[in-house]
Design a protein. Structure first.
Length: 169
């Protein structure tokens, strides 16, 4: 049984958070950067790492592990920032997502994608587009536009680099 809304083979960028493999539609990925120091912005949500300067633009960076209730990302040689384009406040915005590592680009057929699990009334899983199967392992396919609430997106898109702030670790 395939997931409604996914009617043809699609390509996804896969990345790791802990032991889990996640994926996002390659069409929403702009680039993958080696980890670069992030400037912390005061009074932002815990999952918000801060901002980076990407060719003159201020791009907010979030720790996907914290967003998903996992321990904070530990910086390693494989830690990277995935620059994505998301829907925010009626338009499109760039956002960086901190990941333990990027794996590969995979093509998944609709028949290899199962619907998101039904976990219970109190738990949100609407941000999971489906569960891809590859080599007998699951890949959690994210609907990146639904991972963050409207309020969180508003907070993220409102973040600007504080006056006089430079790059900090």
């Amino acid at each position: 049984m395939s997931v409604s809304g996914i009617s043809q083979a699609s390509q996804y960028l896969t990345f790791r958070l802990g032991e889990e493999v996640f994926a996002i539609d390659i069409a929403q990925v702009r680039e993958v950067l080696d980890y670069t120091p992030v400037t912390r912005v005061p009074r932002t949500p815990d999952f918000m790492c801060g901002v980076i300067n990407l060719r003159g633009s201020v791009v907010p960076v979030v720790d996907m592990r914290l967003k998903f209730g996992m321990p904070k990302t530990e910086k390693t040689i494989n830690t990277c920032i995935i620059i994505m384009e998301i829907s925010a406040e009626g338009g499109r915005a760039q956002m960086g997502a901190l990941a333990d590592s990027v794996q590969e680009v995979v093509e998944l057929e609709p028949g290899s994608i199962e619907p998101a699990p039904k976990i219970g009334a109190g738990l949100r899983v609407d941000f999971i587009k489906g569960m891809g199967k590859r080599d007998e392992k699951f890949i959690i396919i994210l609907d990146i536009d639904r991972v963050f609430s409207e309020e969180e997106l508003s907070d993220i898109s409102a973040v600007k680099l504080p006056a006089g702030a430079g790059q900090a670790a």
